[in-house]
Design a protein around this ligand. Structure first.
Ligand SMILES: [Fe+2]
Length: 269
């Protein structure tokens, strides 16, 4: 089974030739499924881009949303609109809040958007101001303490929602792929070949997700978990535990493109 993986395509930042180039890559790849780890467009454009991707991929599309997908909108409103849209289109599966998907008897797929949740690094002292804090309804106009509290809540919601789904998947599969937008640990939040520092980590790491994944992986030493994420736009791979690997996909604004395909053969890769 061949899985294509696309992360942070930011299709609203790419011109028509770049869109055509991505469609060409998908046509050449001929995947059995397309996995997308978020930052597809913005609130007003993400559904249209999902439809276009389903059209050009010609295979089932499993996706989560990234922070950019909420720009110009509200997190719960966009999630609900995307969920309702995907529920009515059998090509599209929004993994956030959904049950595990069996890719083959050995491998399952789960996912959640995740969020840079202020738990890792120095959130209160950080000078970093993301566009998120001006473009996403729930994050606008907040003092730092209230902002950090809201980010923590988004991270906790992500981990709490995903945990039972992940546990169910590990109960019946040897290997579970977790698709999420935000890297779960500072080691996996690559930026130009380095891990994120204490100023950036609060917004580039989903600490609650990382803690949950490490706890679940420790409790299932004979199972394997592979996380596919993006958000930091720099590629890297790191083993957090012997059975927990995080792969972060690279991305460049204006040049959406596939990561190397993932192959599952006889239940292994
Ligand atoms: Fe992002």
């Amino acid at each position: 089974m061949k899985l294509a993986w696309l992360t942070d395509p930011h299709l609203d930042s790419a011109d028509k030739p770049a869109h055509r180039a991505l469609a060409g890559q998908l046509e050449q790849c001929r995947p059995d499924a397309l996995l997308i780890s978020g930052d597809i467009g913005q609130a007003a454009s993400v559904i249209g881009y999902l439809d276009w991707l389903a059209e050009v991929a010609g295979c089932p599309v499993y996706f989560v949303l990234g922070n950019h997908d909420f720009y110009g909108g509200s997190i719960p409103v966009v999630r609900e609109a995307v969920r309702a849209h995907a529920a009515a289109d059998r090509r599209l599966s929004y993994l956030t809040g959904a049950a595990a998907v069996t890719l083959c008897p050995e491998v399952a797929l789960v996912g959640h958007d995740g969020w840079g949740d202020g738990r890792v690094g120095r959130a209160m002292e950080s000078p970093v101001r993301l566009v998120d804090f001006y473009e996403i309804q729930e994050l606008m106009g907040l003092e730092q303490a209230a902002l950090v509290e809201r980010l923590e809540g988004l991270g906790a919601e992500a981990a709490d929602t995903l945990e039972p789904t992940l546990l169910a998947a590990l109960g019946s599969h040897e290997h579970v792929l977790v698709v999420t937008h935000v890297p779960p640990t500072p080691e996996s939040a690559w930026h130009e070949g380095q891990s994120s520092d204490d100023d950036w980590s609060p917004f580039f790491v989903c600490g609650a997700m990382g803690a949950m994944l490490q706890r679940v992986a420790a409790a299932h030493p004979r199972r394997r978990i592979t996380v596919l994420c993006g958000h930091s736009h720099s590629a890297g791979e790191v083993w957090i535990r012997p059975n927990l690997q995080v792969r972060t996909g690279g991305a460049e604004y204006g040049k959406p493109g596939l990561q190397a395909p993932l192959m599952i053969m006889d239940g292994a890769w």
